[in-house]
Design a protein around this ligand. Structure first.
Ligand code: GDP
Length: 321
């Protein structure tokens, strides 16, 4: 079944609206004529505030306030993007990672189910993650791959992912998108891609001469973030809910990303600027994550629109200014 991403109308609540994914999602929904509400934290650092969205200050870790907001707004769609999204940070703050990435999602689901019981159908889309699979032994991974997370972020995301499946089994229109890495000029510099593109641009301008990185051999499936927002819209509008891997199906190493970024910035010989710093290695790190998005292709009509090289070039161009 093909799902159009251009249906219009309705009201959506996006948690984490000011982040990379939330801002692209809000822009797409607003363009489709959806009334967009977004939850932002008072001290939100990542602020790509989408024009036209109504912002509500709150925190998903405070379930009473999100319950009140949901009941007050009565949205047709809730997309849960509020997350502590850095794997690296989840090692230093595991409890916070669990509170935000697992418990808050479960509390939202509970409220949405209560609303359904009271006769108001709310569709739910959860941003899940390839980190569910830990260091998988099968490649590429799909929706049937064993959940075996190896870091606090993945453990929390796996808990939320299972909670979505359970709510779906009880009849809720709840989908979980197993998102592989997705990048853009709005990606925070805590992620390796943006760290690299910012450094390549600074080196090209003569403002820096050094880039310290961790594991250069890790391979990730890097896509274009607005495509992943489009998948969320499609999942919300699909007749039936489900779990969907959202990925390009192509992996590259961190080293490949560095080489492509320096080339795009017009800097030769990236090896002379990059040094490996053990501080950036992780206690556990998947060698390769690469996803098979066949189900999303078939059921949602979803496909990535940009290649790895195009993603890198767009990020470097934005950082060169
Ligand atoms: P993640 O896949 O969600 O953890 O996204 P990241 O962009 O943070 O990391 C992607 C990969 O890059 C991981 O395998 C990291 O170990 C690797 N990596 C290598 N050097 C760095 C670095 O300096 N910073 C970060 N964040 N990751 C790095």
């Amino acid at each position: 079944m093909e799902v159009s991403a251009s249906a219009s109308g309705g009201r959506a609540l996006i948690t984490g609206v000011a982040g990379q994914d939330g801002s692209y999602l809000a822009e797409q929904l607003l363009a489709d004529g959806v009334e967009v509400h977004g939850l932002v934290r008072r001290d939100d650092a990542t602020t790509y505030v989408p024009e036209g969205a109504t912002l509500h200050v709150g925190d998903v870790t405070d379930p009473e306030s999100t319950r009140a907001l949901l009941n007050d707004l009565g949205p047709d769609l809730v997309v849960n993007l509020a997350a502590m999204s850095s794997v690296a940070q989840s090692w230093s703050e595991p409890e916070l990672s669990y509170a935000v990435n697992a418990e808050a999602a479960m509390a939202l689901l509970e409220t949405v189910e209560e609303m359904a019981d009271n006769g108001h159908e709310v569709r739910f889309v959860q941003a899940s993650s390839a980190e569910l699979f830990g260091s998988p032994t099968v490649s590429p991974q799909d929706e049937s791959t064993l959940l075996a997370p190896t870091n606090p972020y993945g453990v929390a995301k796996a808990t939320a992912h299972r909670a979505v499946a359970e709510a779906r089994a009880r009849g809720l229109h709840a989908s979980s998108l197993i998102l592989y890495n997705h990048e853009s000029p709005r990606r925070p510099a805590t992620f390796v891609t943006r760290k690299i593109t910012m450094a390549a641009a600074a080196i090209a301008r003569g403002e820096a001469d050094d880039l310290a990185l961790g594991n250069l051999d890790a391979r990730r499936d890097w896509g274009w973030a607005p495509d992943y927002a489009d998948a969320m819209v499609r999942a919300g509008r699909a007749e039936a809910p489900g779990d969907y891997v959202i990925a390009t199906g192509v992996s590259h190493s961190v080293r490949d990303f560095v080489a492509a970024a320096f080339t795009a910035a017009g800097v030769d010989d990236w090896e002379q600027y990059v040094r490996v710093d053990p501080d950036f290695f992780r206690p556990a790190d998947a060698t390769e994550l690469v996803g098979d998005a066949s189900r999303a292709r078939r059921a949602l009509g979803w496909a990535p629109t940009r290649t790895f090289e195009q993603v890198v070039a767009a990020m470097v161009a934005a950082d060169l200014g």
